[in-house]
Design a protein around this ligand. Structure first.
Ligand code: SF4
Length: 444
């Protein structure tokens, strides 16, 4: 048997926590590992390498990641040959300390050092214990291969890091300052994806609206969108995340002008009270946020707006929380990602007293989520009777005879159909708006 064949038998199990950026990093790590002879497995008990890609942005995924890694310590007792690595933001923040804290952990690799994964793995395979590569990316990560798998929807990083320093957020310290990829590389990556079957790209960055803001020789974000829109064969473009202070009128007017740009905008607001926003160092007021959300809806009435919000930030009074609820009612978000504040090590807010009790945080979260559930259902019901374009992603989880896809404003639709429509853009009549999805029928 050749060496190559032996190498190809290796399996990697990767568990990803956190945001789409992490999902994308996992894809890139899988592509690098494929070059080292590792194939992905969905079963951790048959893996030769277990990689946990972690997130520290919120407390819950961080704790989950720790308990997940802990499970593999027991696995290592039975199979000492299995290699266990931690990647992502917990790795970046913890570095060498993680190796000391988690017995049996073989290596730690931060998001900025992904390109060193083959070298680290090689060292560990040769018997080196406790390899650690953390620190900010030094230009090499942008040349990482993209996943070789055929993907109908693919993530494409256009920038990394953030310059905003919101007082609660670890991103600037774990992902570094803003760095934009050259537009030529972004366009080449998307062209290559489209040639391999991708129909929808989701452009990723912590703050995509400030793409290349310090480089007068580079395309602006709206110009980049316009170039991507011209790529033959690409059907849909989405992007996330945006910061309200960097959302310009030019970007707002891009919707409707570019055929392939989908009508969905994720615009986090975090809190509805100016006092809280100021302590969060968000750089925008409640009034500015409301004005931009209004402009988005005026310019593109069918646009769907989603956001991130947190409750229980230090010093959040009942009246501050009421203002958050009012803002939610005013904007009528299509969906919200809502969280309870938890202090993150190394942030400015972590130095302040976490003075809102867990019970109050929980109550506020429940009240907020109940309000949003009503609004989401109402907005989903408004779509009943409409015919919408759907990119069919595959079978629905609940039934083999039901297909699932997304309309342009990112809602999930289930409809009766067969696998022949997977990967196609079809027209679906929406018959029912439900809490988390829509139900419809194919228009023949
Ligand atoms: S904008 Fe604020 S919350 Fe978003 S990544 Fe940057 S610092 Fe974090």
């Amino acid at each position: 048997m050749s060496d190559k064949l032996i190498v190809m038998e290796k399996r990697v199990y990767i568990k990803t926590f956190g945001c789409q950026m992490n999902e994308h990093d996992s894809e890139r790590m899988l592509a690098l590992l494929a070059g080292c002879g590792y194939q992905e497995t969905k079963r951790w008990d048959e893996a030769d390498l277990i990689l946990v890609n972690t997130c520290t942005v919120r407390e819950k995924p961080e704790q989950k990641a720790y308990s997940f890694v802990g499970r593999f310590q027991r696995l290592k007792e039975n199979n000492p040959d299995v290699i266990v690595g931690v990647a992502g933001c917990v790795a970046q923040q913890g570095g060498e300390r993680l190796l000391a804290r988690i017995p049996g952990l073989d290596f730690v690799i931060g998001p900025g050092k992904i390109y060193r994964l083959p070298e680290i793995l090689h060292d560990v395979e040769k018997g080196r214990k406790g390899a650690c590569a953390v620190g900010f990316e030094d230009g090499s990560s942008v040349h990482l291969p993209i996943s070789h798998s055929q993907q109908l929807r693919a993530y494409v990083t256009i920038m990394q890091g953030c310059d905003n320093f919101c007082s609660y957020c670890v991103v600037p310290s774990v992902r570094g300052r803003e760095r934009s990829r050259p537009s030529s590389e972004v366009l080449a990556e998307i062209e290559s994806l489209v040639q391999r079957g991708t129909k929808e790209v989701i452009l990723l960055g912590q703050n995509v609206n400030s793409y290349a803001k310090n480089n007068p020789h580079e395309l602006t974000f709206p110009q980049l969108l316009a170039k991507i829109n011209e790529i033959p064969g690409l059907e849909r473009i989405r992007f996330t995340t945006s910061h309200p202070k960097d959302l310009t009128e030019e970007v707002i007017l891009t919707f409707g002008k570019l055929k392939h740009l989908c009508e969905h905008f994720h615009l986090p607001f975090q809190a509805g009270s100016n006092a809280v926003l100021e302590r969060m160092n968000r750089g925008h007021t409640r009034e500015e946020y409301l004005a931009k959300a209004k402009r988005l809806r005026e310019a593109t009435p069918q646009i769907s707006i989603t956001a991130d919000v947190m409750v229980g930030f230090p010093g959040e009074r009942e009246e501050d929380f009421s203002q958050t609820l009012e803002l939610i009612q005013d904007v009528e978000f299509d969906g919200l990602f809502s969280f309870k504040y938890s202090p993150r090590e190394g942030t400015q807010a972590a130095q302040w007293k976490d003075d809102i009790t867990p019970e109050i945080k929980q109550r506020r979260l429940e009240v907020l989520q109940e309000l949003q559930r009503e609004i989401t259902l109402k907005r989903n019901k408004k779509l009943e009777g409409a015919v919408r374009e759907v990119l069919v992603e595959g079978r629905s989880r609940n039934s083999p005879h039901t297909m699932m896809g997304r309309i342009r404003c990112n809602r999930i639709v289930n409809f009766p159909g067969g696998p022949e429509v997977v990967g196609e853009l079809v027209k679906v009549k929406i018959n029912e708006g439900l809490q988390n999805s829509l139900r419809g029928e194919l228009c023949r």
